[in-house]
Design a protein around this ligand. Structure first.
Ligand SMILES: [Cu+2]
Length: 148
């Protein structure tokens, strides 16, 4: 009987733990939705790129020349990655007070999000890659297509 009570307590604790995880999920999702709708009310379209081990999602960005855009780089992996596209960043312009990322490379730490506002200026297809050792070889590369 004592053993049964113990097992019951353990089970209750596990259920409570699972509920806590479920509840935090429920709270996180609406926050993400609010952030997205706020961005949508701004002038520029927000494009979210998720960075993981070892890919970009999406790995092909389709942008319009002279249309302001906000790139939202979300790294939900356990390690640091970067978004390196020197030719693309050099062929874009930036809002007053900001400029192209140094070396055309944006570094995003684990569980971090970085946003950059820009206006693509020159149509073309630009390579995108992660410069971390072997990441590109493992599939962490893509293209940014700017159409007229
Ligand atoms: Cu990487």
């Amino acid at each position: 009987m004592v053993l049964n009570v113990f097992v019951l307590e353990e089970t209750m604790r596990m259920i409570a733990g699972a509920l806590a995880v479920g509840i935090s999920f429920v709270f996180i999702l609406p926050l993400g939705g609010v952030a997205q709708s706020n961005a949508a009310t701004g002038a520029a379209e927000t494009i979210t790129v998720r960075m993981s081990n070892f890919s970009y999602d999406p790995d092909h960005l389709h942008l319009k020349a002279n249309m302001p855009v906000r790139l939202r780089l979300v790294n939900d992996s356990s390690g640091r990655h970067d978004f390196s596209a020197p030719a693309f960043f050099a062929a874009s312009s930036y809002p007053t007070g900001s400029s192209a990322p140094p070396d055309g490379d944006i570094s995003v730490g684990s569980e971090q999000t970085v946003e950059i506002a820009l206006v693509p200026r020159k149509p073309g297809t630009y390579p995108l890659r992660c410069t971390h050792f072997l990441h590109s070889l493992f599939g962490m590369h893509g293209t940014i297509e700017v159409t007229p």
